[in-house]
Every structure is written in structure tokens, then in C-alpha cells.
Design a protein around this ligand. Structure first.
Ligand code: PGA
Length: 247
């Protein structure tokens, strides 16, 4: 059976000293996990965190990757640089990047492509705003977002991870109910099934105020294969409890 994936998204948080303390607690508590685990950390800390978790059950992820290969793109970090640092995952299309950095579906698809070409697993985020949900557009929005990535990445699509993150649930303490989340996950699974015969191997994560108290119920849904965890991934006991719930 496919393992679940619990990925922490530290966002723009961290410092060398606090990173080391958090990871020490995670490494001490994680044991032999039944699920895949990753921490997606700010770019300046990828090397530090990579060294700290080397040889452990915790993989390192980036929070973004450039849509370009190399050259005159000031401030960007390429997929080959991530590869060079043994980075395993890269979040692409997080709603905060779509919202604050103008990332379009096309840009997100290109970023996923660059990651895949470098042997990095893109964690492709999709999700609707509250306004879109209230207008009954949830399915249309997430399908459009995923379709762009499917279109650009063809048969490699079974190598991605998808994260359904309703924008209204991110950092708000408002979680999608397990049923609401499962409903969207089933739509995404059907879309993947139509695109590849290997769709069952794709992990579809839920993200948006997942925490120690609600993780087990969310992770118990048929098509929820893990979590992309923001705030709760910064507190070792909470993140460890979510990892335990993914057994
Ligand atoms: P949250 O963030 O868990 O703090 O809501 C999740 C995310 O944005 O990936």
C-alpha cells in the first residue's frame, strides 16, 4: 500500500539555532515512521537542514523552484541547485506564491516540469478561495490548476505529489471538514486517473490548518494520502503527533 506523506511547510520562519533545536526534537521523536516525512524549509537553510537530517527518515524540501534553468534571473533558485543540495521535494504553486507573486497556472506547470527534470518531486498545490467556494467554483478551479500541470508534464504526472489546500483554510484555524476535503480529493484523483494509469501511486495531501487534533480524521479519508502542514510543523510535539496519526 502507498505510504502517506507528511510534509512540513515552514514558510518564512526559522533561524540556524531554532532550526537545529526543532530538528533535534523531531529526530528524537520520530522513531521508525510508517509514513514519508519532509520539511520544506527556506532556501538559505536547505544545506543546514540537509546536513542535520542526513541518513534519517526526514527528507528535505524547498518551498519553490525557478521556472528557468540558469542565468540572469536574480533571486531565483534553480532545480539543479536544489538537486545539488540533495533536496527531495519542492513545493510549487503554493497559494501564497500565486497570490503575492503573481504565479499563473502556466508558471506553476513549468516549475513542476523543472523539478521533475532534476529528479525532484514537485508538491503541486491547488485550492480555491472562499469567494470561489461560495460561488460553487471549487471543482472548476482545482481542476483547472491541476490540468495545467498535467498538460505540461504528460506521462511524468504520476511522479508528482498534489496538495489540496483550500485558501480559506490556510493559517486561519478553519479546516475543511474531512468530508469536504475528501470530496475534492476524489475529484483530483479522478482527474489523475484519466491522465495516467499510475494515478494510484500519486499522493494527494490535504493542507490548511491541519493539526494534532484534526489530523487523524482527515488522514482517515479514502483519498487523503498525507498532509502539507504549515503552523503545526513549527512545533515538534504537534508535527510528531500528525506523523503518528499517519500510521
Ligand atoms: P497552515 O498552512 O497549516 O498553517 O494552515 C498550510 C500551508 O500553507 O501549506
Amino acid at each position: 500500500m502507498k505510504k502517506k506523506l507528511i510534509a512540513g511547510n515552514w514558510k518564512m520562519n526559522g533561524a540556524t539555532a531554532t532550526n537545529a533545536a526543532l530538528l533535534q526534537q523531531l529526530l528524537a521523536g520520530v522513531g521508525q515512521p510508517a509514513c514519508d516525512i519532509a520539511v520544506c524549509v527556506p532556501a538559505p537553510y536547505l544545506a543546514e537542514v540537509g546536513a542535520l537530517v542526513k541518513g534519517s527518515a526526514i527528507a528535505v524540501g524547498a518551498q519553490d523552484v525557478s521556472a528557468h534553468d540558469a542565468g540572469a534571473y536574480t533571486g531565483e533558485v534553480s532545480a539543479s541547485m536544489l538537486r545539488d543540495l540533495a533536496v527531495r521535494y519542492a513545493i510549487v504553486g503554493h497559494s501564497e506564491r500565486r497570490q503575492y507573486h503573481g504565479e499563473t497556472d502556466g508558471v506553476v506547470a513549468s516549475k513542476a516540469q523543472k523539478a521533475l527534470a532534476a529528479g525532484i518531486t514537485p508538491i503541486v498545490c491547488v485550492g480555491e478561495t472562499l469567494q470561489e467556494r461560495e460561488a460553487g467554483l471549487t471543482e472548476e478551479v482545482v481542476k483547472r490548476q491541476l490540468a495545467a500541470v498535467i498538460h505540461t508534464n504528460g506521462h511524468c504526472i504520476s511522479e508528482i505529489v498534489v496538495a489540496y489546500e483550500p485558501v480559506w483554510a490556510i493559517g486561519t484555524g478553519k479546516t475543511a471538514s474531512p468530508e469536504q476535503a475528501q470530496q475534492v480529493h476524489a475529484v483530483l484523483r479522478a482527474q489523475l486517473r484519466a491522465a495516467t494509469e499510475h494515478s494510484d501511486r500519486v499522493q494527494i495531501l490535504y493542507g490548511g490548518s491541519m493539526n494534532a487534533a484534526n489530523a487523524a480524521q482527515l488522514l482517515g479519508q479514502a483519498d487523503i494520502d498525507g498532509g502539507l502542514v504549515g503552523g503545526a510543523s513549527l512545533k515538534a510535539p504537534d508535527f510528531l503527533a500528525i506523523i503518528a496519526a499517519a500510521a
